[in-house]
Design a protein around this ligand. Structure first.
Ligand code: SAH
Ligand code: SF4
Length: 349
């Protein structure tokens, strides 16, 4: 039986060089191919015509580029967000979001098909876990966004990548970190580590591993509650990795790397948006170099809660700033009409 073709997007540059050398060819061809893939954004064999015929023969016999077909693309009414439903080779589907606001272009990528963590207010959690994405499937999403940007404002405009699409990135640690390495390659997409953010529900061993491996990307931790019981009601996996262990891991991360950490807090009316909640989170993260990103709840089919009212959200922000010196941002509600907002991705067209 023939082996599956190797996905080129899943290889680091040294791995691509060894593959080409293994064919008895000069690694220089691997460097040319790398530029065609990540600078030329080649997506079909025709676009590799610049390579010698013997290289192309090996490539077509044993590899594929790994571009993901677009099943559907939807624009939000405000013109700032575009959501892509992308097809995977085994028939599964994922969503990737291109966001363009405040002068920044950001790709929001998925790390899994579905998610096993079960957060009650998240559409991806509501669909359950199907499988991990391979590094090639993660890289392909970013390349897709870069290519889609070309006609709009030039492919080099893509500067930011957030792992805030479908799935829990630290539940697929190795694939996510390998994709990050490929995305950062200076001869390829050349994305700065400081512009890549991995968002986790609080997978404690993954946070500790990022600290111990000195992972260069930013870390955001989805907190949502400042007591163990309240958190476990929203984020079931908090029973496995309790709040005190999570906060210890955050201290370990910040002190080991001398780096700031982001906390995400989905603001749900009457659940976690009172003055007492704001004081509790301020006290919980005291001593950590932190910033809080507040996200008003986006609607999902399986959860009835409402986003906080703007006066409650403002009060929350004010308490964090004035009583705890804790900076915070309020996530703008963009892309909601096309279900492309935080927590709304569930692989439906
Ligand atoms: N699994 C990772 C990353 C994906 S979710 C994580 O949970 O961090 C990205 C962010 O959207 C997380 O902070 C998540 O808690 C938040 N989120 C999920 N569902 C949401 C919803 N319905 N409204 C607003 N934010 C939501
Ligand atoms: Fe998974 Fe994140 Fe959604 Fe929770 S919020 S279910 S961890 S994708």
């Amino acid at each position: 039986m023939d082996a599956d073709p190797t996905d080129l997007y899943g290889l680091t540059r040294p791995e691509l060089r060894s593959l080409v050398e293994g064919w008895g060819l000069s690694p220089i061809h691997a460097d040319t191919l790398w530029s065609l893939l990540y600078q030329g954004l080649a997506c079909s064999a025709d676009q590799l015509a610049g390579l010698p015929a013997r290289v192309r023969a090996h490539l077509s016999a044993q590899t594929r580029i790994g571009c993901l077909p677009v099943v559907a693309g939807t624009d939000s009414g405000d013109g700032f967000t575009r959501k892509y439903l992308l097809g995977l080779a085994d028939g599964e589907r994922i969503e990737t979001v291109l966001m363009r606001f405040t002068g920044r272009v950001t790709a929001c990528v998925s790390s899994q098909v579905g998610c096993a963590m079960g957060c009650v207010f998240c559409a991806t959690g509501q669909m359950g876990y199907r499988r991990n994405l391979a590094p090639a499937e993660i890289v392909a999403q970013v390349v897709h966004v870069a290519r889609a940007l070309g006609p709009l404002c030039g492919t080099r405009q893509l500067r930011n990548v957030v792992f805030m699409g479908m799935g829990e990135p630290l539940h697929n640690y190795d694939a996510v970190m390998k994709a990050v390495e490929i995305l950062r390659d200076p001869n390829g997409l050349c994305l700065g580590a400081g512009r890549i953010t991995v968002s986790t529900v609080g997978v404690v061993p993954g946070i500790r591993r990022m600290a111990d491996e000195a992972s260069p990307v930013h870390l955001a931790v989805s907190l949502h509650a400042a007591t163990q019981d309240e958190r476990a009601a929203l984020v079931p996996v908090a029973r496995k990795w309790p709040l005190d262990e999570l906060i210890d891991a955050c201290h370990h991360y910040c002190s080991k790397l001398g780096r700031r950490i982001f906390f995400e807090w989905t603001l749900i009316e009457g659940k976690n948006d009172s003055a007492d909640h704001a004081h509790a989170v301020g006290a919980l993260v005291l001593g950590l170099p932190a910033q809080v990103n507040l996200i008003p709840l986006n609607p999902t089919p399986g959860y009835e809660g409402s986003p906080s009212r703007s006066d409650a959200a403002r009060r929350f922000q004010r308490i964090l700033a004035e009583d705890y010196g804790l900076p915070s941002t309020m996530r703008q509600r963009r892309g909601i009409d096309i279900a492309a907002g935080c927590g709304q991705l569930a692989a439906s067209p």
